[in-house]
Design a protein around this ligand. Structure first.
Ligand code: GLN
Length: 542
């Protein structure tokens, strides 16, 4: 019988609810349970695709081409749970569906209301995931903070599910903050109040996870338990981890969070083996070697914009037993540096990564960085926009087409080396109309990328509108740009690489979305290995 665990957040946002939820899922999987995750985003956008990275960080793309919140990336990295469009619910989707059904007359004359019609639709979507035959437990993360007007219908749906299915099938976990005030005093009052807020709508949480900079003392735990009516052993300390976020499941295990959940939901425990996971944490904290990668992008000041890339770089480090130091380089700032400052800035890194992005701002700096990497034989990985930048740079500096550009940045150019396909030119809607989701690419035998993958057919996820312009294929190849990957019909270029260069690969897709600490993505592993080798060579030469 399927079980459901709701995760809500209190006091303030950004406490790491997604990480807490996925860490619990990781522990449940260690007991051989099959877990599904659902992220609820209470905003009116239908998906995260049209949102600026300044609003919500990275847009994570699922295999089936849905643009979602970055928490789905956390789920994919910590668990084996499937992450598809069904695992992402937004208020926009719910209302769109209910209103469409109303227009079709399918409510048979009834007044359509938040309760029961919106709440029923929420439950229907949760059950559609939770009732799949190979699911034991479904964890539902309700975005936002308790007390927000937007999350009320979701909490109401959760409350109904608790009474519909019973306490032994539905569990409610609330994540709060225990802030520190002057002189190292920790305060429980905001937690008490946010639990009161939940009780007002009829939900008594079963478990509290309390975020705090340090481990909660026994006294604090007793106080929280007393005022919130939650058992002492169910008040879990969610203190900051010092080494890596991958440590979180281990911290919860120490406090028996998994046995508590199994007990409450009447589930039998499996082996609970965390050996492999502990090994990963160990490598992260005791890496023998170090390597510095420079990421040259334009949203660099926001920590979450390139979340999956940052994680994938760490995974590449795990594969090579190395610690990856990330140097975030603002491509716009690069544009204003003198030649000397520019060289000094980029000489501090052993590999350069140019990530995805939209719009022309900052691209000049990226093009300069790509040129530096190509000329100075620095390993370079270009992802999506990064690949397009590598193509533009090559066209300008090797083929000598000074005006080469992407039509995204300059509509009228004599050498539009990156341009829109016909079907993209005619779209009127921005949401969900890019080339999205996983599709196959064929890689050229013997190419650097095929070597990295150890395969010639790969499936990778896309999220872009613009493409390499095929009319220039011959000129590029003659000048030494290897077109190493194509769509199966050979119509679209999927990857390029620099000939006579230690490691310069650009990919039109996003390998970062499928990298996990247990299975580092081969492109990232290979890129990190090349960057480490380059470092050794330069030391040997020096
Ligand atoms: N802006 C480019 C395009 O639409 C690249 C997109 C990306 O990097 N994800 O093709």
């Amino acid at each position: 019988m399927n079980r459901y665990i709701f995760f809500s957040g209190g006091v303030c946002s950004s406490l790491g609810k997604g990480l807490a939820a996925t860490s619990l899922a990781n522990l449940l999987e260690s007991h051989q349970l099959r877990v599904q995750m659902i992220k609820i985003d209470p905003y009116l956008n239908v998906d995260a695709g049209t949102m600026s990275p300044y609003q919500h960080g990275e847009v994570y793309v699922t295999e089936d081409g849905f643009e979602t919140d970055l928490d789905l990336g956390n789920y994919a990295r910590f668990t084996n749970a499937p992450v598809t469009r069904a695992n992402s619910i937004t208020t926009g989707q719910i209302y769109q569906h209910v209103i469409e059904k109303e227009r079709q007359g399918r409510y048979l004359g009834r007044t359509v209301q938040i309760i029961p019609h919106i709440t029923d639709e929420i439950k229907r979507r949760i059950f559609a995931v939770g009732k799949q035959p190979d699911t034991d437990v479904t964890i539902i993360e309700i975005g936002g903070t308790v007390g927000d007007i937007e999350s009320v219908p979701y909490l109401e749906a959760a409350r109904q599910m608790i009474s519909d299915l019973g306490r032994d099938r539905v569990l409610f976990i609330h994540l709060t903050l225990i802030p520190e005030v002057g002189g190292g005093e920790y305060k429980t009052k905001p937690t008490q109040h946010s639990v009161m807020k939940l009780r007002e709508i009829g939900i008594q949480p079963d478990i509290l996870i309390c975020r705090s900079p340090v481990m909660l003392t026994a006294d604090l735990i007793s106080k929280i338990a007393l005022f919130t009516n939650v058992e002492r052993r169910a008040v879990i300390s969610g203190h900051d981890v010092s080494r890596t976020i991958y440590e979180l499941p281990l911290i919860y295990r120490e406090q028996n969070l998994d046995s508590l959940v199994l007990n409450r939901l009447d589930l039998s425990a499996g082996t609970g083996d965390l050996t492999e996971w502990s090994r990963i944490v160990d490598i992260c904290s005791n890496a023998e070697a170090q390597v510095t990668i420079g990421m040259v992008g334009k949203y660099i000041h926001l920590p979450d914009t390139y979340k999956s890339i940052c994680e994938a770089l760490q995974h590449g480090g795990i594969a090579n037993r190395a610690k990856v130091n990330l140097k975030q380089i603002d491509s716009e700032e690069l544009e204003d540096l003198s030649e000397e400052q520019f060289i000094q800035e980029l000489s501090q890194v052993e590999g350069i990564l140019i990530p995805g992005g939209f719009g022309s701002r900052g691209t000049k700096g990226m093009i300069k960085a790509a040129e530096f990497a190509r000329v100075h034989q620095v390993p370079c990985l270009g992802i999506c926009l990064g690949m397009q930048i590598m193509v533009i740079e090559f066209a300008r500096n090797v083929l000598g087409w000074q005006d080469a550009d992407s039509t995204e940045f300059k509509a009228e150019t004599r050498h539009p080396v990156i341009s829109l396909l016909e079907e993209q030119q005619s779209t009127t809607h921005m949401g969900g109309t890019m080339r999205l989701g996983a599709s196959p690419s064929h890689l050229k035998q013997g190419s650097r990328i095929a070597q990295a993958y150890g395969a010639v057919t790969v499936m990778e996820r896309h999220r872009h509108r613009y493409e390499f312009s095929s009319q220039y294929t011959d000129q590029f190849i003659e000048a030494g740009l290897v077109l190493s990957g194509f769509t199966p019909d050979e119509a679209l270029v999927e990857s390029v690489e620099w000939k006579d260069h230690p490691w310069g690969v650009g990919v039109q897709f996003h390998p970062e979305f499928t990298s996990t600490p247990r299975k580092p993505h081969p492109l990232f592993s290979s890129f990190i290995a090349a960057s480490m080798a380059g470092k050794e060579n330069s030391h040997a030469a020096g």
